[in-house]
Design a protein around this ligand. Structure first.
Ligand code: ADP
Length: 589
């Protein structure tokens, strides 16, 4: 390879000339220090390079060498529990080696080269295999069985496959291909900017069950779907993210942290590894990979981190797992794009963001999906992508938010006003939406209850009516409303307080199964219908509001999952109390 020379340095961007053999997106080593960079513009032999390490102290004339490879991640056992930076350098290993600050040009492999993993074959000699076929399995952690797949581009007959302990680079067996016999090891590489292949995309007809009522019942996301969440400071974004990571029915969690201020990320790096997996009691990290940019890393690494994270997610999806990718915050990623674009002196689009902002964001979310994986066993994998946005001043007309809303199909509108009122999760029932409702209807009817979609629609309608009525109440007061309209306010309040409000820190309330969600919502609507009926028989609204059974409806969410059928019994009490009320009223009359 020809060596180029630096001619210009502008922050994270270095321009080099004499790069005659280099290609677009090649990874390069900059200066004697060997800083890692990537070619993002090439004109003749003049390359613009975004450098993933601090460029301070570099000067013109220093050498730049192309590696001839594109920016790739290493994929093999050993990723789970890791905390990587944007270009997959293992932060924990580096810290042990050189201390808290990444020394420039440190090269530590993403995956431990010395560790031996006990490999159990699931295929056997004589089998004809192709890309994605399963060869065997490694117990990577107590929670993750790492499935070893035939790497892309390899096809043929297994001639040897061994049980035993291997490092990721040692041969576990051999496959006879059209181009001769090839050794197979567990380590794969994949270029991060290219989506990993699969056989077929499947429709998003199954919900990602999170146990969070406002999400599952009102604004659900599909497995393999996409969601966007803004997070004004103090609105409870961290709590929601932790709840999703802990409770969503995903096998693997990938957390991509794009922080700006140092402390934002430090908190994440401190808190996330402390979380417990509620189902197994093990640390959540035993099924998590983190990609994090701390404040002392240059913006270019932030730009790369979302690709690194999502590629690792796809790899686990390819094994047939359900993966949840959480990227926080994609606004910081977009800002990194803007800074680099500015230094390249590209024509700026809206608010200085590059014209390709929308395309990049769309490409990122489009990597989500439920798929039939490569391989002959028709296994299914899914990767759900949940991205947070943090627009300046919470302004949703911000270009990053707008570009995200065009592609993400769920919007959980986290609002600080609700958090001030101590309504948690502070997700607005009026401004949020899910475009998966139609696709999920069949599933909910089949797996939860025939009436679930209709009950949701009724509840949403009542909440909307409440919002309209509140405007009226502001003008003329609640007493001027008809009893029917006052009942709507009472029921809507019950939906908000007894159903949507959910305390993450309560042992029972922290998670609600879909079945229980249905029962809780149903009981509120049964109450509503019974009260409305009673109104027509002359029952006074104040007395209906004061029925004792309302207490029980309010407490129903604290019923443990093992005793959910008790919730149904509240119906009998509703009936009995209303009957009694009507009787006394008749006597009074
Ligand atoms: P942010 O990350 O948006 O700054 P946090 O997630 O740290 O905000 O939430 C702020 C506070 O709001 C928490 O410390 C907690 O007291 C409260 N909170 C947020 N969500 C919930 C919830 N679901 N249940 C109970 N309290 C919550």
């Amino acid at each position: 390879m020809n060596e180029g020379r630096i001619v210009k340095i502008s922050g994270p961007l270095v321009v080099a000339e004499g790069m005659t053999d280099a290609k677009m997106f090649d990874v390069v080593r900059v200066s004697e220090k060997g800083l890692i960079g990537e070619i993002i513009e090439l004109r003749g032999d003049r390359a613009s390079i975004q450098v993933y390490e601090e460029t301070g102290g570099l000067g013109p004339g220093e050498p730049v060498l192309s590696t001839g490879q594109t920016l790739s991640v290493e994929l093999a056992p050993g990723m789970i529990e890791s905390i990587y930076d944007g270009i997959q350098r293992p932060l924990t290993v580096i810290r042990e080696k050189v201390g808290d600050y990444i020394v420039r040009g440190v090269h530590v492999p993403a995956i431990d080269r010395d560790k031996k993993w006990p490999f159990t074959p699931t295929a056997k000699p004589g089998d004809i295999v192709g890309p994605g076929d399963l060869l065997g399995v490694i117990e990577e952690t107590v929670l993750v069985a790492h499935r070893i797949m035939v790497p892309p581009g390899i096809e043929g007959k297994i001639v040897e496959l061994n049980e035993g302990k291997f490092t990721v680079e040692e041969s576990i067996g051999r496959i006879e291909t059209g181009e001769g016999v090839k050794d197979i090891c567990m380590l794969q590489r994949w270029p991060v900017r290219r989506p990993r292949p699969f056989k077929k995309k499947l429709p998003p007809v199954e919900p990602l069950i999170t146990g969070q009522r406002v999400i599952d019942a009102f604004f659900p996301v599909s497995k393999g779907g996409t969601a966007c969440i803004p997070g004004p400071f103090g609105s409870g974004k961290t709590v929601i993210q932790h709840q999703l990571a802990k409770w969503a029915d995903a096998d693997i969690v990938i957390f991509i942290g794009c922080g700006e201020r140092g402390n934002e990320m430090t908190n994440v790096l401190m808190e996330f590894p402390e979380l417990k997996d509620p189902r197994s009691g093990e640390p959540l990290m035993k099924r998590t990979v983190m990609v994090a940019n701390t404040s002392n890393m240059p913006v270019a690494a932030r730009e790369a981190s979302v690709y690194t994270g999502i590629t690792i997610g796809e790899y686990f999806r390819d094994m047939g797992y359900r993966v949840a990718v959480m990227a926080d915050s994609t606004s910081r990623w977009a800002e990194a794009m803007r800074e680099i674009s500015g230094r390249l002196e590209e024509m700026p689009g809206e608010e200085g963001y590059p014209a390709y902002l929308g395309t990049r964001i769309a490409e990122f979310y489009e990597r989500a999906g439920k798929v039939i994986c490569l391989g002959s066993d028709q296994r299914e994998g899914a990767m759900t992508v949940i991205g947070s946005v943090s627009p300046p001043g919470g302004d949703l007309s911000d270009p990053v938010v707008q570009a995200t809303l065009r592609v993400a199909r769920v919007f959980w509108s986290l609002e600080d006003l609700l958090a001030f009122q101590r309504h948690f999760p502070a997700i607005s029932w009026l401004n949020s939406y899910s475009l998966y409702l139609d696709e999920l209807e069949e599933y909910l009817k089949r797996e939860v209850d025939e009436r679930m979609p209709e009950e949701r629609r009724r509840a949403m309608r009542l909440l909307q009516q409440e919002a309209d009525l509140q405007d009226v109440v502001k003008l003329i007061g609640v007493d001027a409303l008809s009893p029917e309209n006052r009942l709507i306010l009472i029921t809507a309040r019950s939906i908000r307080e007894d159903f949507l409000h959910q305390i993450a820190f309560d042992e029972v309330d922290t998670y609600t199964s879909l079945k229980k969600q249905f029962k809780l919502l149903n009981i509120i609507l049964v109450m509503h219908d019974a009260a409305r009926e009673a109104l027509t028989h002359g029952a006074p609204i104040d007395k209906l509001q004061g029925l004792r059974v309302r207490e029980e409806i309010a407490r129903a969410k604290y019923t443990p999952e093992s005793r959910v059928t008790e919730i149904d019994r509240i119906k009998e009490k509703i009936e009995a109390e209303i009957e009694e009320l009507l009787k006394t009223e008749e006597i009074d009359a």
